[in-house]
Design a protein around this ligand. Structure first.
Ligand code: RB5
Length: 159
């Protein structure tokens, strides 16, 4: 399994712990930075991690900022990315099983290292269940591609 990692300064220390943890398990890790606690802009790293996933350079991505919020928002702007912010293990499992999330985001100032490593392990080992969940995930893609038009827009265009 190939994993791409990225963080801003708020997620730097947790990213380092996750990289060590994954490398100890023999996981192939691409670390896109940041490489210190100097202040940087989280959208750059969310974008970089998401891009690496959609380009097929990694199977899954992990992106970390102070809260996990901003970096999730940034990654989710990339077509094909389904980034899930997880603060506990149940959501991490469901994000893979039901939502086929391809990026996990974490808050380095929110989630302690021990819990974060459990969340990572569960996220990486859980497979997408497919079936009815595939139909729902495909609907997300249709929205993203502009193929699904909202009722409001349809009504407006009729008027
Ligand atoms: C940086 O101070 C902080 O805003 C960032 O790490 C993140 O929490 C944004 O969502």
């Amino acid at each position: 399994m190939r994993i791409v990692l990225g963080s801003d300064h708020g997620g730097y220390e947790l990213k380092e712990a996750i990289r060590t943890h994954l490398e100890e398990q023999g996981v192939e890790v691409q670390d896109l930075g940041t490489h210190s606690t100097n202040s940087v802009d989280y959208p750059e790293y969310g974008f970089a991690v998401g891009n690496a996933v959609v380009r097929g350079e990694a199977d899954l991505g992990i992106a970390i900022c102070g809260t996990g919020q901003g970096i999730a928002m940034a990654a989710n702007k990339i077509r094909g990315i389904r980034a899930a912010l997880c603060t506990e293990t149940f959501s991490a499992r469901m994000a893979r099983e039901h939502n086929n999330a391809n990026v996990l985001t974490l808050g380095g100032r929110v989630t302690g290292v021990g819990l974060a490593l459990d969340i990572v392990d569960i996220f990486l080992k859980t497979e997408f269940a497919g079936g009815r969940h595939a139909r729902r995930v495909n609907l997300i893609s249709e929205i993203e591609c502009g193929e699904k038009v909202s009722t409001e827009r349809r009504n407006t265009s009729r008027g």
